[in-house]
Design a protein around this ligand. Structure first.
Ligand SMILES: Cc1cc2nc3c(=O)[nH]c(=O)nc-3n(C[C@H](O)[C@H](O)[C@H](O)COP(=O)(O)O)c2cc1C
Ligand code: SF4
Length: 681
């Protein structure tokens, strides 16, 4: 039966038939190995293909030249060795009728000279790129010749690999560096008039067309409005779109609004949670109306309803749901099967993107299978081993995920939770109104547990007897942790924990010192809330810069809040002790660098963030009663086999401990524990 869902309509692009309107736009997950898309890369895209999307734009910024060294694991489009790897990936996706294209580029100034071959990094003019701290050299005539030829040979390689098409990247990179007066100060044939500023683009497309012929699909992901006073204006941007569209040389436009030369600007192009949804959709629709040309676009269109609207209202031809597919690669399949409500939501945390710079590979905050397709399945199948009864203690991220996976495998699961609500630290983090969407991590799991018939018993501070009363075959301890104080010479009893501020159980005082030596979201969230409450706040950290565990994108809204509420930030400084004097507190500060240096602060409140200590009492009590003494065989966990060593022949159940009940970590680690151990019972 044909569907009348706008998202599920066919789309004809040149000779290609795209089976629906949903695509993943180009994004480098930093899964490449030696610049090649090997098994991990292939399985990642194949999963999306299985999940029903019509088009996956592979790579993010695959590099055409050696003097465009990879900034975040970019594929080497300049290397012939890439062809067989891509062919394998294409074949796997084609098996599911998913078309595959690739984005190619010269990064221009958006990379660093001190990488790969240490070649100079270049741009239209020597204007510094703040995000990569690069001072580019001015591109010369011989550079232009060489790079134009590189584009052409890269395009040929992509065609040889069987790809369905390519797109050029033209925002924040070399190509659009010529377009924008902010980055092009030239007075030769490549600067000044719009005709001149487009000259490089025409040279590239002409060389590429000569190399791949007129039938190969070639599009461009282009900025059509840089959205700042010195940048490319909307009028010029739309004029460029018109010229490219009417040239007959391109097959689609993939529209971007904004600029990306600072982390703050990048969040305008790729907004996080707490920022507007689909902020540039209407603009992309304007470009489509002005050019009457195929238009693709992505920017926080994270739910199916908005995507459907984008197509139904004629704003886009293909809708990009990129992070949405990192969180849930099977969106289209679930829509087609009437299971839209089962789609795992992208909660906009942008842990994925921050990790390509900070952690070396994109991981979703709450889908641990993404990027681990070789070892962790996206669809959990029923076990063919014995069905067991499992008690999960704790309904935070780790416990909920373990319960979900165990129930999917057919086990009988009961969850015991101490508080009256599930969610643990995720619920706490979602107390920050700006990060409220995080609660989707909890709500999606609760809905799945209901569907799977898992019982959750609330308000039970489970002891050994409560667990034994269930007579379980296995016990999963996911009891989380509680905040601990940093090591102080004195004053543990007068400081306030960041959790109390976030939960709202302690109000921020007038004059506050916040000491964060954890470096993650907990301290920053407390600081944001204190600042927004109108308090005078000094944020103190012993690190070289504050919140080192938070990536560049997530840094942006915190810093915005700190500027707006006048938070003072002091780095490289420790909190040594706190004492009460009258109705105030006196904090003594010290330095790792200058022995004997001290300063004092007189404030109304000292808030501290120093991670958590595991709540492990129940685990320790259950250990001697268990078959495995709580032990896990890590070699087998990683390479396969029974992970529970037999330690105690009289033991009554298998015992394992996951998430922050083991050690203070983050949401992804808790979810990963939940699934990887849940799969092994
Ligand atoms: C990990 C990651 C890497 C990205 N790398 C690129 C890239 O190299 N080139 C590009 O054009 N866009 C890149 N993007 C941007 C995405 O294509 C997309 O525009 C962005 O995620 C917004 O769409 P969404 O809200 O649907 O995720 C990247 C995004 C992510 C999450
Ligand atoms: S990390 Fe956050 S933004 Fe990225 S895919 Fe997962 S839920 Fe979406």
């Amino acid at each position: 039966m044909t569907s009348n869902d706008p998202l599920l309509q066919l789309y004809r692009l040149k000779h290609l038939t795209l089976k629906n309107r949903v695509m993943s736009t180009s994004h480098e997950p930093a899964y490449s190995e030696d610049g090649m898309p090997k098994e991990r890369y292939r399985l990642y895209h194949a999963e999306k293909a299985k999940g029903g999307m019509a088009l996956t734009m592979t790579a993010g910024s695959a590099i055409v030249s050696r003097d465009s060294p990879a900034a975040f694991g970019n594929l080497h489009a300049y290397d012939d060795a890439i062809v067989p790897w891509l062919r394998e990936l294409v074949d796997d996706c084609h098996e599911h009728d998913c078309k595959v294209m690739i984005q190619i580029t010269h990064l221009g100034r958006r990379t660093n000279w001190n990488k790969a071959d240490w070649l100079p990094v270049l741009s239209a003019s020597p204007v510094r790129e703040a995000a990569h701290r690069t001072f580019p050299k001015t591109i010369e005539d011989w550079d232009i010749e060489r790079i134009v030829a590189d584009y052409a040979s890269a395009a040929q390689r992509m065609q040889a690999a069987g790809l369905d098409g390519i797109e050029f990247e033209a925002y924040g990179h070399l190509m659009d560096g010529f377009w924008s007066q902010a980055t092009n100060h030239r007075d030769d044939d490549y600067g000044g008039s719009l005709d001149n500023r487009l000259r490089f683009t025409w040279r590239v497309i002409d060389a590429v067309r000569a190399a791949v012929g007129p039938d190969f699909v070639v599009g461009i992901r282009m900025v059509a409005d840089e959205d700042f006073d010195k940048g490319l204006s909307k009028e010029e941007g739309i004029e460029i779109a018109r010229r490219l569209a009417s040239s007959g040389k391109f097959d689609f436009l993939n529209i971007i609004r904004g600029h990306i030369d600072t982390d703050a600007a990048l969040t305008g192009v790729i907004p996080l949670h707490g920022m507007p949804s689909s902020p540039h959709l209407d603009f992309a629709g304007e470009v489509r109306a002005a050019t009457k040309f195929p238009v693709f676009h992505a920017a926080r269109i994270s739910d199916v309803a908005t995507a459907r609207h984008a197509i139904a209202a004629g704003k886009l031809d293909m809708v990009g749901m990129t992070r949405a597919h990192i969180a849930e690669p099977h969106i289209v399949k679930k829509v087609m099967e009437g299971r839209e409500h089962q789609i795992r939501p992208c909660v906009g945390a942008t842990y994925c993107l921050d990790r390509i710079y900070e952690g070396g590979g994109a991981l979703c905050i709450h889908n641990a299978a993404t990027g681990r397709e070789a070892t962790i399945p996206h669809v959990i199948s029923r076990t063919d081993g014995p069905l067991r009864s499992v008690a999960v203690v704790g309904a935070g991220a780790a416990g909920l995920e373990a319960a979900r996976v165990l129930a999917e495998r057919g086990h009988k699961v009961i969850v015991l939770e101490a508080s009256s609500q599930a969610g643990g630290q995720v619920r706490l983090a979602a107390q920050n109104p700006r990060r409220r969407e995080l609660i989707g991590i909890v709500d999606w799991r609760l809905a799945e547990l209901e569907r799977l018939g898992v019982e959750i018993r609330y308000d039970i501070w489970a002891g050994v007897d409560d667990v034994l009363a269930l007579d379980p075959d296995a016990v999963v301890i996911a009891t989380g942790g509680l905040p601990q104080s940093p090591p102080l010479d004195a004053g543990d009893d007068v400081v306030t924990s960041s959790w109390d501020i976030i939960a709202g159980s302690v109000k921020p005082a007038e004059n506050v010192l916040l000491y964060d030596d954890n470096g993650g979201h907990q301290g920053m969230t407390a600081a944001e809330l204190i600042g927004k409450a109108g308090s005078k706040l000094e944020l103190l950290t012993p690190e070289r810069f504050f919140a080192p565990e938070i990536g560049g994108m997530n840094h942006v809204p915190y810093m915005e809040a700190f500027h707006r509420s006048g938070v003072k930030i002091t780095i490289n400084t420790r909190l040594k002790s706190v004492r009460r004097e009258g109705n105030q507190l006196v904090a003594t500060l010290s330095s790792d660098y200058a022995k004997g240096w001290h300063e004092e602060r007189r404030v109304d409140q000292v808030v501290v963030e120093h991670g958590t200590l595991p709540l492990d009492e129940l685990y320790l009590e259950l250990k001697p009663l268990s078959k495995n003494g709580g032990a896990i065989d890590y070699e087998r966990l990683i390479h396969g086999g029974d992970i529970f060593p037999a330690k105690n022949p009289d033991g009554r159940f298998l015992l394992l401990r996951i998430g922050d009940a083991v050690q203070a970590r983050n949401i992804h680690a808790a979810i990963y524990d939940g699934i990887r151990f849940g799969l092994r019972i």
